[in-house]
Design a protein around this ligand. Structure first.
Ligand SMILES: Nc1ncnc2c1ncn2[C@@H]1O[C@H](COP(=O)(O)OP(=O)(O)O)[C@@H](O)[C@H]1O
Ligand SMILES: [Mg+2]
Length: 451
């Protein structure tokens, strides 16, 4: 047996082309057919493998897990094997920039890098996952924004990895928000976080009149502990609060602090804003983020608009009274929620608002009382004014200025606001004498003129 015997080719092309019939075209055609058949076979085999051996999850931008997954994907991963390092390098990133104004002026920007559009491979535990982030050509009908999806694909055998991915991504998101309060506002038809999550505002930093804070906080905590009570009685699990009083009395600040205390986010809608219509509000309520306080600021504008409409047939792009009622206890209201309404003009509100489930608790948050002035002093200067002597001088000065009158109809009478006192103290950070001597400035010029 010769060792160098050539292996017999499977298809002897020379012989084929020698053959006149084959060379005449018939052969070529049939070879083409065979190749085409093989190709189709290969495609359908790949299809079969894909269907049988791979699993994928599609996450739409509308889903709450979408931002978590993107954040999880942008986590740095230590890859040890050479192959994993080559394969999983993400070369295309996209950036989301959020800017926020810090208390003392300059803007802070933070950049959040995440996988860009297209396909990437990542390695997680022992599985390779193909990530495909895409913008769909078809726009969402109601916002005009392109629909976006992220698709994760892995081997069928590794399908259980997805559970871990989602659990980890969610934990990561929660951890990022720990100690923070997320405030959502409305953009187009979506709730969008307003800047970065803010550090929780301590309840102690909001100074309301004696007992007011405790009343609301206790009520909200009691409500949150009573879910089963509502379920057993078939009552929608909702509670509404109305805070009313002049601007700068701490209504919005208190709601934010309360959200922090309860570990809730805040979803804020300004009802005086043009473009927030009944339909839009109803739609937004169907997708309120979980554990969120719904905050409807400037509730009186729903009534002002009604009057305008009656007067001149105007029906502009703002929320109407019935839109507001629907948001509170209509079909769009949802089964579970806490809502806060605020207004500077209680006299404009319709009494129909004050019903169980709509507004259960109405609380006046007024201008600064003597009690609040003293508390705020202690918060600002407590460490330097140890014996409280300066505080007494300050209060005496406020009395001389006749800032606080006798209570009328159970409401304390005051001529200044907590925001004004805060302003005075901020201006005189290290100067108690300065704060006392400038106390006259607490009287708003407008009120002085009215006297
Ligand atoms: N009662 C208060 N306690 C602490 N800070 C207050 C209080 N009232 C007003 N402020 C401060 O004044 C500013 C405006 O308050 P804000 O909560 O927006 O008032 P409102 O919503 O009642 O108009 C904020 O910076 C807030 O910190
Ligand atoms: Mg406010």
């Amino acid at each position: 047996m010769s060792e160098s015997a050539p292996t017999r080719p499977l298809l002897n092309l020379d012989a084929l082309f020698d053959n006149p019939v084959f060379a005449g075209g018939f052969g070529l055609a049939s070879l083409g057919a065979v190749l085409a058949f093989a190709r189709r076979g290969a495609i359908s085999t790949v299809g079969l493998i894909r269907r049988r051996m791979l699993v994928n999850v599609e996450i739409s931008r509308q889903d709450p897990s979408y931002p978590w997954i993107l954040a999880w994907l942008s986590q740095p991963r230590e890859q040890t094997s050479f192959l994993a390092r080559r394969l999983t390098r993400i070369n295309k990133l996209s950036v989301t920039t959020t800017t926020s104004v810090t208390a003392n002026g300059p803007t802070r920007a933070s950049f959040f890098l995440q996988p860009g559009y297209g396909r990437h491979v990542i390695k997680y535990k022992h599985a390779y996952i193909v990530v495909s982030r895409e913008k769909q050509a078809t726009a969402k009908t109601n916002t005009g924004e392109p629909h976006e999806t992220v698709e994760l694909t892995t081997l069928y055998a590794h399908r259980h990895i997805f559970e871990d991915v989602f659990t980890e991504a969610r934990a990561l998101a929660l951890q990022a928000h720990e100690g923070k309060t997320v405030v959502y506002s409305v953009r187009n038809f979506d709730w969008v976080p307003l800047g970065e999550p803010r550090r929780k505002r301590p309840l102690g930093s909001v100074i309301l009149d004696e007992g007011v804070k405790e009343r609301i906080v206790d009520d909200a905590k009691d409500f949150l502990a009573r879910r089963q009570w509502y379920v057993d009685r078939g009552i929608p699990y909702r509670r509404g609060y109305l805070l009313y009083g002049p601007p700068g009395s701490g209504k919005s600040s208190f709601i934010q602090a309360l959200a922090g205390e309860l570990d809730f986010s805040v979803a804020m809608v300004n009802l005086s804003e043009i473009g927030v219509t009944d339909d839009k509000l109803a739609f937004l309520l169907t997708k309120l983020p979980e554990r969120t306080i719904l905050l409807l600021e400037d509730a009186d504008s729903a009534f002002i608009n009604r009057r305008k409409r009656e007067a001149d047939g105007y029906s502009g792009g703002t929320v109407t009274f019935s839109g507001l009622l629907n948001a509170l206890d209509g079909l769009s209201a949802g089964e579970e929620r806490i809502a806060f309404l605020t207004t500077n003009h209680i006299e404009l509100l319709d009494p129909a608002l004050i019903r169980p489930g709509r507004v259960d608790l109405m609380v006046h948050i007024g201008g600064a009382t003597r009690y609040q002035a003293a508390q705020m002093w202690d918060r600002f200067y407590g460490d330097v004014d140890v014996d409280g002597a300066y505080r007494e001088r300050f209060l005496k000065r406020l009395d001389e200025l006749e800032l606080f009158g006798e209570a009328k109809e159970g409401q304390p009478v005051t001529r200044t606001s907590t925001a004004a006192i805060q302003g005075l103290f901020l201006f005189n950070k290290n100067d108690m004498d300065g704060a006392i001597s400038m106390a006259e400035g607490l009287i708003p010029p407008k009120l002085e003129a009215e006297q």
